[in-house]
Ligand binder design. Structure first.
Ligand SMILES: Nc1ncnc2c1ncn2[C@@H]1O[C@H](COP(=O)(O)OP(=O)(O)OP(=O)(O)O)[C@@H](O)[C@H]1O
Length: 298
């Protein structure tokens, strides 16, 4: 383990009775990284994170967080901010009281005004949390997680229920923390967010990793796709084109630039206008779909 390793998981197993939800999982996360733990429903992400966050004991394997056992809360908690999927605010407390209480539990110092300002809830400081909207509660969750600028931040589905402006503002705050060296662990079902933000992705299915690496490494395993339609009476398109059910054509390729140029050259030579032309690199959605298809086949 390098001195920059913030999370080190080796051979993790989490079992519920006879059922092994997480099987021999190993990964490490380095200081300053944004690591996205993604997966199909029931893949074992929550079970894994619960152990890493110190909320659950591993059935077997070793887990070190910031060099310590995560169950040792008094050591780890002051350095870690956690935004869980479900907020646990007491409905009777105001927004400011909740932020102060949860913030102080972390053991870090900060100003309630500052963190509420980060999530644009300053004007709701005296509102009871029971009267907040779903999105406002998520923003308060985030504010309590970043209270006192933790070194390590867990974000579990952080943008669910947030409008666009709130999402942008949340990511801007995460980016500022990252600029200061904070390590971020993200789980989300919004794959495009992970694709845009993550340095590395661990993609789980049925308790193990199906893929682990950078977005580019993950998507490299599947072809990109060129789509187009032809006007009536056009000549037959290049042989790599596959007719689709909707009368358009698709070219699947690992050489997107080369094949796109060939298609455009072909259209130029024949004086054909390609309709609805699109060329898209492989997206994480496609990697997920491939896993689904793979497991129905197996
Ligand atoms: N307390 C429990 N007792 C028994 N089985 C459980 C328990 N918690 C989770 N499981 C099972 O373990 C597996 C992994 O669950 P987990 O919540 O870790 O998955 P996940 O990847 O977070 O899923 P999702 O994306 O659906 O939230 C699932 O099959 C789930 O049914």
């Amino acid at each position: 383990m390098s001195t920059n390793t913030v999370i080190d998981v080796e051979g993790l197993d989490v079992a519920y009775g006879d059922f092994h939800a997480v099987k021999d999982l190993s990964f490490h996360i380095e200081r300053g990284e944004l690591y996205a733990l993604l997966g199909t429903n029931g893949a074992g992400k929550t079970s894994t994170l619960e152990v890493v966050e110190g909320h659950r004991q591993a059935t077997s394997g070793t887990v070190r967080v910031l060099g310590s056992d995560p169950a040792d809360r008094s050591v780890v908690r002051p350095r870690v901010g956690i935004m869980l999927q479900e907020s646990g605010f007491s409905a009777d407390l105001t927004v400011a009281e909740s932020a102060r209480l949860i913030g102080r539990l972390s053991g870090r110092e900060d100003s309630v005004e500052r963190v509420l300002g980060l999530v644009d809830l300053g004007h709701k400081a005296d509102t009871r949390t029971g009267q907040l909207s779903g999105g406002e509660r998520r923003r308060l969750d985030f504010a309590t997680a970043v209270y006192g600028n933790p070194e390590l931040l867990f974000l579990d589905e952080p943008t669910t229920g947030l409008d666009i402006a709130s999402r942008d503002s949340l990511w801007a705050t995460v980016q500022r923390l990252r600029d200061e060296g904070t390590t971020v662990v993200l789980t989300t079902h919004y794959l495009e967010e992970a694709q845009q933000r993550a340095d590395r992705i661990g993609l789980m299915h049925r308790g193990t990793f199906r893929h682990q690496g950078t977005v580019a490494e993950l998507t490299r395993s599947l072809p990109a796709s060129i789509q187009f339609s032809l006007p009536r009476h056009a000549p037959a398109p290049p042989t790599s084109s596959v007719p689709q059910a909707d009368a358009s054509y698709a070219i699947e390729t690992f050489e997107l630039q080369r094949d796109l140029k060939q298609l455009l050259d072909w259209a130029d030579t024949h004086g054909v206008e390609l309709e609805g032309l699109s060329a898209a690199p492989t997206r994480l959605d496609d990697v997920f779909r491939a896993i689904g298809a793979d497991s129905t086949a197996s």
